[in-house]
Design a protein around this ligand. Structure first.
Ligand SMILES: Cc1cc2nc3c(=O)[nH]c(=O)nc-3n(C[C@H](O)[C@H](O)[C@H](O)COP(=O)(O)O)c2cc1C
Length: 161
């Protein structure tokens, strides 16, 4: 049976995006699955799909991009995007977040999905040399970030696109 709302999440670096997914999921009554476990045909049956991961080389994780390629064409289906990224907090504007989402957004739109909203925030990043200095954005996402994610989900729910 396809879920009404489902989150497809890949989060491995520090499980930053998993924390965001866990704030969003209960508001939407959504289950969380990994892209590797998701059946593309079953996903297409969900009324609202959320796709989230950390940002790697300025895009969502490859496993989400690959999954988007394997999705069947749909009509009248809604999706939303979310992510955490490791850039310095001052640089993480809405434009920056949207730019990082472009690759996945374009794939989903080409499959017929309407992208109803997008969320992003910073996450702890110890990639490469950053680990020698304790990383960037240590402690993020924090309680405030999780509150913002919850509010984002409430607005999604209220707008019922
Ligand atoms: C290999 C690698 C590449 C990354 N590339 C970027 C990047 O291009 N831009 C960015 O803002 N953060 C980048 N990051 C930081 C992650 O996006 C950030 O730490 C994110 O919160 C990790 O999410 P996760 O814990 O859910 O996997 C990168 C991290 C790793 C490990």
């Amino acid at each position: 049976m396809a879920e009404k709302a489902l989150l497809v999440v890949y989060s491995y670096h520090h499980r930053n995006t998993e924390a965001i997914a866990k704030a969003i999921a209960p508001v939407l009554g959504a289950a969380i699955v990994k892209p590797q476990e998701a059946d593309p045909n079953e996903l297409a049956g969900s009324e609202l799909l959320g796709f989230g991961s950390g940002i790697y080389s300025a895009r969502h994780h490859a496993s989400l991009l690959d999954l988007a390629d394997r999705l069947p064409h749909v009509s009248g289906r809604n999706a939303f995007l979310f992510s955490t990224c490791g850039a310095p907090a001052f640089a993480v504007t809405r434009e920056f977040i949207f730019k990082n989402h472009s690759a996945l957004r374009e794939k989903l739109v080409s499959k017929g999905y309407k992208i109803v909203d997008e969320f992003g925030c910073v996450g702890w990043n110890t990639n490469s040399f950053l680990r020698f200095f304790g990383g960037l954005n240590r402690g993020r996402p924090n309680a405030e970030d999780l509150k913002h994610a919850e509010t984002f989900a409430r607005e999604l729910q209220a707008n019922k696109h």
